[in-house]
Design a protein around this ligand. Structure first.
Ligand SMILES: Cc1cc2nc3c(=O)[nH]c(=O)nc-3n(C[C@H](O)[C@H](O)[C@H](O)COP(=O)(O)OP(=O)(O)OC[C@H]3O[C@@H](n4cnc5c(N)ncnc54)[C@H](O)[C@@H]3O)c2cc1C
Length: 526
């Protein structure tokens, strides 16, 4: 047999998994359907002379231990911190800037509410204390409450003891975090709509949910797990775009002897009592001791396997997974920077460096979701924009810029019409709404592409266009991801593993599922 392991998909998790296996002396081959590697963490030249983070656009979640283990900085990985982190202009021309240090943040918040400014440090402390409890759980598969194995029972008991020791207040806060909506959580802390609307966007990113949908508080928490260069909760651009992160892992992989085959889509996983290899769409067959899939659970189990090989209850669980999405991504090439009425200026200034939030109130975001709930693209979508070329001069020709707009809500299924007819209308709506805040915006656009959920599904292979390989609300997390009893990267088929975001601890550019899966595989194969 030529390979110890074949990995389906050269997204960042597939590559991380490959690198760890190869580091342990395994012979590994990664097969990717696209002509570029990185999956959703990719840089593409979609506009001539521009490097575009076509899907994911900011990093904080990628595990620092992986950077160290794989020496990724030696392979060119560089994070560019953003200071400040965010700029939220409002229709009355006021604005809120966050991420400039606690004192400065409090001064900014006090423009809207002195009480909120006072509470903000306590809110941050509360988030940090939960992160400190939960983060170690990202580093290994969760124990299964259905397992009778001594090791699982021991892990469950340890978790129970750890929870008990963490004290009443933290337990209360954690229960709130895992059950409340982001909106209800923020209402308990703050009164200013401007602050809450800025913070709430993290709770709905990638979710087909509004800020008052239960479970979105955890989505908010998920976005504060990370760090940049040792600074907790700080988000950064990757020099060269998000693909540079994937490229650095791929370089480490190649040095460790991993073969990476691009334009090699898998049609079927071969099963002979156990997973024995893959059949590519051009009919080539490759065999290995095990197959590890970084494609999402729907693709892996319902498309790449024959129906008869999986237990029907497991198939049903995967079939019932929530892959709903209402995320659209617009990528733009600009001739000049947006000149905001609230804070004018066309040179790269503080209003351009971080994330630009155009979602002025909680009601605005909730109403944007209401449209999607009934199958309509939002009449005024929630907009989160970034202009990485303001801090990275490798991305666009001098004087020009690349911009990404992460936008919700654009439901996958439309009640009336279809995305072929609605796409240009929706794109114009985004551009018009942005131009309300920065009057030069429309005329500064040299070119753009809008990716709707069906486009995201087609290009990146993400079922339903769901950016996280399945919703990140609590019913699909921890020992429930992807299905109860199967959260340790193993599957009902011997020799077949899952290593992508559809497994614990879920989506985002973390590398954690890839690393944890490699550990599990190494326990099983000799
Ligand atoms: C628009 C968008 C914006 C996002 N923004 C951010 C962000 O700013 N920050 C962040 O942390 N996260 C962000 N995310 C989420 C994050 O990018 C993903 O959760 C993460 O990159 C998924 O990584 P993965 O390796 O698990 O899977 P993927 O990146 O999905 O990789 C899976 C790979 O498998 C390949 N594949 C699938 N089927 C087959 C097959 N049959 N044969 C061969 N190959 C196959 C795919 O082509 C893909 O390359 C965003 C995602 C999207 C789509």
């Amino acid at each position: 047999m030529k390979y110890d392991a074949i990995i389906i998909g050269a997204g960042h998790n597939g590559l991380v998994c490959a690198a760890y296996l190869a580091k342990s002396g395994k012979k590994v081959c990664v097969v990717e359907r696209r002509s570029v590697l990185g999956g959703s963490a990719v840089t593409e030249e979609i506009f001539p002379g521009c490097k575009v983070s076509r899907a994911a656009y900011v990093n904080s979640l990628f595990r620092p231990e992986i950077i160290q283990d794989l020496k990724l900085k030696q392979y060119g990985l560089e994070f560019l911190s953003r200071r400040p982190a965010s700029f939220s202009p409002f229709p009355n021309h006021q604005y809120l800037i966050l991420g400039n240090g606690l004192d400065e943040d409090q001064r900014e918040i006090a423009k809207f509410s002195a009480k909120d400014a006072d509470r903000y440090p306590k809110y941050e402390t509360m988030l940090n204390s939960i992160v400190q409890y939960v983060e170690p759980l990202w580093k290994k598969p969760p124990p299964s409450p259905t397992s009778k194995k001594l090791s699982d029972l021991w892990e469950l008991a340890s978790l129970g003891m750890k929870t008990r020791r963490s004290g009443n207040e933290l337990i209360q806060k954690m229960v709130e975090m895992f059950t409340l909506s982001a909106g209800d959580l923020l209402d308990r802390w703050f009164e200013s709509d401007e602050l809450k609307a800025t913070l709430a966007t993290d709770g709905v990113i990638g979710a087909m949910a509004g800020p008052y949908t239960p479970g979105t508080a955890y989505v908010l928490l998920h976005h504060v797990f990370g760090e940049t260069n040792g600074m907790r909760g700080v988000w950064a651009y990757v020099r060269g775009g998000m693909g540079a992160l994937s490229d650095s892992i791929a370089s480490a992989c190649r040095d460790l002897g991993v073969e990476i085959l691009l334009e090699s889509g898998v049609d079927k996983i071969s099963i002979n009592k156990r997973a024995t290899g893959i059949i590519l769409s051009d009919s080539r067959e490759l065999s290995a001791k095990c197959v590890i899939s970084s494609a999402d659970p729907h693709v892996t189990f319902l498309r790449l396997l024959d129906e008869s090989v999986l237990p029907s209850d497991f198939r049903d669980k995967i079939d019932q997974m929530d892959f709903k999405s209402a995320t659209a991504k617009m990528n733009l090439h600009l001739s000049e920077l947006p000149d905001f009425t609230a804070l004018p200026g066309k040179n790269a200034e503080i209003q351009h460096h971080g994330t630009i939030h155009l979602s002025p109130t909680m009601d605005f975001v909730e109403q944007a979701y209401d449209d999607a709930k009934y199958g309509r693209p939002s009449s005024h979508p929630m907009i989160e924009a970034t202009i990485p070329s303001t801090v990275d001069d490798t991305l666009a020709p001098k004087g020009e810029h690349v911009m990404g707009i992460f936008c919700q809500y654009a439901p996958y299924n439309l009640k009336e019409g279809n995305w072929d007819s609605e796409k240009t209308i929706f794109a114009n709506r985004i551009i018009d709404d942005f131009t309300e805040y920065a009057p030069n915006f429309r005329n500064s656009i040299i070119d753009y592409e809008l990716l709707t959920p069906p486009d995201i599904e087609k290009i990146f292979g993400l079922t339903g266009g769901n950016i996280f390989h399945g919703a990140m609300t609590p019913h699909q997390l921890f020992f429930m991801r992807p299905a109860l009893g199967w959260a340790d990267h193993r599957t009902p088929i011997k020799g077949l593993y899952l290593c992508g975001s559809g497994s614990h601890p879920g989506g985002g550019v973390t590398g954690a599922p890839g690393r944890n899966a490699a550990e599990m595989v190494l326990r099983d194969i000799r």
